[in-house]
Design a protein around this ligand. Structure first.
Ligand code: ARG
Length: 241
């Protein structure tokens, strides 16, 4: 290599180097990785559509914050809840954040991050219902649930119960209001939020929350690297409040 070529290359390297530095962020020159994250935005306060038809909620804010922490762009995908795990397994998603409860069965299909939220299941009935006061009273009753949810799995175990499954979580409450079912079984924060915002005069929660459940972010079983990065980012965010 001639001296001139060498000088030229050195000059270029310096230029590239200073261009990188001028942004004050070394990572800026690396292309941002894009994470395809699936969610079912029918689950306020975790994920729902706002007035501008944008996905919003606790999970959405959390995943955006994690993305920032990981220098990754979050590409949100709106899917039905029961389609999320199959889409992840098929490789159409990198991750799921959708108030997904960590269960032993699901752990066979996906890899979960550390839990980020502690939840639990409750039943809701119409306010005038004096018969159903707790879980035991749900035997033989008609119960509305969201397809594929832990609420559905739980309701199916209740003796003699007729379980009606709905694609979207809010439709279970509509069915309860219309008298199509006697109760809804769903996650406590979602039931609380729904009653507070849409049904204070129509519904009430009965019984004590069942199955302390933890929500986690799911990735493909083989994607231990992404799980590791998400866990590190989660720990960082928890530390910073
Ligand atoms: N926590 C429950 C489950 O994992 C319900 C989650 C439903 N999430 C949703 N975005 N609709 O089965």
């Amino acid at each position: 290599m001639g001296k001139r070529t060498l000088l030229f290359i050195l000059g270029m390297l310096l230029l590239i180097g200073s261009a990188g530095c001028s942004t004050g962020d070394k990572k800026a020159s690396e292309p941002k990785k894009v994470l395809k994250v699936g969610t079912s935005p029918d689950f306020s306060p975790f994920e729902f559509m706002d007035e501008k038809n944008q996905m919003t909620g606790f999970d959405i804010e959390l995943i955006q914050a994690l993305g920032k922490q990981m220098n990754a762009e979050i590409n949100l995908q709106n899917l039905s809840f029961d389609g999320l795990i199959p889409a992840l397994q098929a490789g159409n998603l990198d991750a799921i954040i959708s108030g997904v409860t960590i269960t032993a069965d699901r752990e066979k299909a996906v890899l979960f991050t550390e839990p980020y939220y502690q939840s639990g299941l409750v039943a809701a009935v119409r306010v005038e219902n004096q018969e159903i006061k707790g879980w035991d009273d749900l035997k033989g009753k008609r119960i509305a649930v969201q397809i594929g949810s832990t609420g559905a799995m739980n309701a199916e175990k209740i003796e003699g119960a007729t379980v009606r499954s709905f694609n979207l979580s809010p439709d279970t409450f509509l069915e309860l209001k219309n008298g199509g079912v006697d109760a809804v079984v769903n996650d406590l924060p979602v039931v609380q939020y729904f009653i507070k915002n849409h049904g204070a005069k129509d519904f009430k929660i009965v019984g004590v929350p069942r199955d302390a459940e933890s929500d986690g972010i799911a990735v493909q079983t083989k994607n231990t690297e992404l799980a590791k990065q998400l866990n590190a980012a989660l720990a960082e965010i928890k530390k910073n409040g």
